[in-house]
Design a protein around this ligand. Structure first.
Ligand SMILES: Cc1cc2nc3c(=O)[nH]c(=O)nc-3n(C[C@H](O)[C@H](O)[C@H](O)COP(=O)(O)OP(=O)(O)OC[C@H]3O[C@@H](n4cnc5c(N)ncnc54)[C@H](O)[C@@H]3O)c2cc1C
Length: 558
């Protein structure tokens, strides 16, 4: 039997990011996945700015991911349509992918199919000696032992091996077997809708050049669902709602899937380009969050901890931040720099974010259903006639226009992506969290309060380079961001091995002064955690900055 600091079960995006983030902190991990090969199902497409920042912090450049993904021009719209080639009922821009986003993030949202995203992470893992990654290995069971967890690992040939770790991250996806083994229940509706994810390859550029988009919601009597255009020239998914009791998965053979795709495109052969159905997988829409994120030395992360409706593109992105939040805390405890209680703040900080994102994804899904009301009318007997009248002249329906407009927050969730905050024992003086209900999910207002993530600012470094302030913060240590009069803080931070930055010396904001930005006096400072969140605000200079910094770190690190 061997031992490792951290065992990560599941090498989806969350497991892989967890391994890379731990390695960045100098912590070795073993990463396993039961699949002998990575999944080819495209699944996620929207990788948001925060996830891209995390990727950057572990040496996976956001620019590389952008190059692998769809262009902002191709993936810049969401369309509500009859069929792909039929009437359009309305369209909305898809998230902030243009240069205006650069005021708030160095890395605007990118649309990249999940397998390509995972491949980029796997490449970084290959180059990382602290990570041992094995595919074709299943975690079959686990048990707590004194000071650790012993996992039973089963290879494809059925042979078993026991591995003991200090901590285990269960990143084993929505159907997490480990979560069940631990007896952790999910809260919220489990089966809101059954879908088939029909992944097919076809070059549909010519059919969609006049109306490029990333999501096409279909509304036509007898045809509903969503097209996801990962790459209009090749990779598509038709999400087809169905009732598994009446139509089992096996009844969807190649011919039936092709017929569904053709009906949804609205053009049959020979006008239809060659089309190849790659995978058909059933998929159930849930809106659930685990009742707890930790049991002893085992932590749930990603879809194992929460499963959202895909309406919002938040599953992978929420999971990426789970990984970031947990990794630095595990590393601090493993290195003897923090007390065990720090690990409890993982759930305190991340579960409320999951609840908010789950609720929003559900709201988005139900808002989409309002479009059926606008298109089909209130009287079931006159459904077809109502639909045909609107389809003949969609621009004439004020109700339709208003219902399309009501979808806008669904596709512009900048504040949800960047504005979440924490209030826990790992922050000092963080304001209590606002009730999610009153928050405008699109309107991101950068905050310098304790618990918020340090906002992105374009700054000039000492060498004259123009960079994001975020790029000056290292992911493997705390940082002090001091005002222009905060030399005492900068020196204390440098002596303690923290990233030490003083305004006017190490960075100069392009447009605003320190006090205007942060609300702190010139000799004030911010203590920033390795995940970029503000742990504490120092409202001025201190007689003994080193002692105060030490006490504050001790408190934050439990
Ligand atoms: C159609 C669709 C579109 C989506 N679009 C978006 C989007 O645009 N943006 C977004 O953020 N999210 C999106 N999502 C959600 C996103 O795909 C998931 O949230 C994401 O895959 C979760 O990552 P994960 O690593 O937690 O889990 P998974 O990706 O499910 O990975 C879990 C891994 O664990 C492995 N595993 C399971 N059990 C064991 C075991 N016992 N031992 C070893 N290995 C095990 C599995 O083989 C798997 O590789 C979408 C999902 C779908 C279906």
């Amino acid at each position: 039997m061997s031992r490792i600091p951290v065992l990560i079960v599941g090498a989806g995006p969350v497991g892989q990011l967890s391994a890379l983030l731990l390695a960045r902190q100098g912590i070795a991990s073993r990463l396993i996945d039961r699949r002998p090969q990575p999944s080819e199902a495209p699944k996620a497409h929207a990788v948001n700015p925060r996830t891209l920042e995390i990727c950057e912090s572990v040496g996976v450049p956001a620019e590389g991911l952008r190059r692998e993904g769809a262009s902002a021009n191709d993936a810049g719209w969401v369309r509500f349509i009859c069929t792909l080639t039929g009437t359009e009922f309305g369209a909305l821009p898809y998230e902030r992918q243009d240069d205006k986003a650069l005021a708030h993030t160095p890395y605007p949202l990118t649309n990249i199919p999940q397998p390509k995203f995972e491949a980029a992470l796997a490449k970084a893992i290959d180059a990382e000696p602290l990570i041992t990654f094995t595919r074709g290995v299943t975690c079959a069971d686990l048990a707590e032992v004194p000071d650790g967890v012993t996992a039973q690992l089963e290879a494809a040939d059925g042979t078993r091996d026991a591995l003991t770790c200090d901590y285990l991250i269960a990143a084993d996806g929505a159907g997490s077997r480990l979560r069940d083994t631990l007896g952790i229940a999910m809260e919220g509706p489990e089966a809101l809708q059954h879908n088939l994810m029909i992944h097919f390859e076809a070059d549909l550029r010519a059919l969609t050049d006049a109306r490029p988009g990333v999501l096409y919601f279909l509304f036509q009597p007898g045809t509903s669902g969503v097209f996801i255009a990962y790459d209009r020239g090749r990779t598509w998914v038709l999400m087809h709602p169905h009732d598994p009791a009446r139509e089992p998965r096996e009844s969807f053979d190649d011919a039936r899937c092709r017929a569904l795709i053709e009906a949804a495109i609205g053009t049959a052969a020979p006008a239809l380009p060659a089309l190849h159905v790659r995978h058909v997988s059933p998929w159930t829409m849930s809106a659930q969050v685990a009742e707890r994120y930790r049991k002893g030395r085992v932590f749930l992360a990603g879809d194992a901890a929460h499963r959202f409706p895909p309406t919002g593109g938040l599953g992978l992105n929420t999971g990426a931040v789970d990984a970031q939040n947990l990794a630095w805390k595990l590393a601090a405890v493993l290195k003897g720099e923090a007390g065990e209680a720090l690990l409890d703040t993982y759930e305190t900080e991340r579960r409320p974010v999951a609840l908010t994102n789950c609720e929003q994804s559900l709201t988005n899904a139900s808002k989409i259903f309002e479009l059926f009301g606008a298109l089909y009318g209130p009287d079931p007997a006159k459904r077809q006639a109502h639909y045909e009248a609107i389809a003949a002249n969609p621009a004439a329906s004020a109700e339709l226009a208003a219902t399309v407009e009501a979808q806008r927050p669904h596709f512009d969730s900048f504040n949800l992506q960047l504005g979440y905050r924490y209030a826990s024992a790992a922050t000092i003086g963080a304001p209590a969290l606002q009730a999610a209900a009153g928050v405008d999910i699109s309107d991101y207002r950068p905050s310098w309060e304790a618990g918020a993530h340090v906002p992105h600012r374009w700054v000039k470094t000492r060498g004259g380079a123009r960079v994001s302030l975020l790029s000056l913060l290292a992911a493997d240590r705390f940082a002090i961001l001091a005002g222009p009069g905060g030399d005492g803080w900068r020196e204390a931070a440098a002596d303690a091995g923290l990233t030490a930055l003083r305004g006017g010396r190490d960075f100069e904001d392009e447009t605003e002064g320190w006090t205007e930005l942060t609300g702190l006096p010139k000799d004030g400072a911010l203590l920033v955690r390795p995940d970029g969140h503000i742990a504490c605000r120092f409202e001025g200079g201190a007689n003994d900055a080193a002692a105060l910094l030490g006490q504050t770190l001790a408190e934050v690190l439990a």
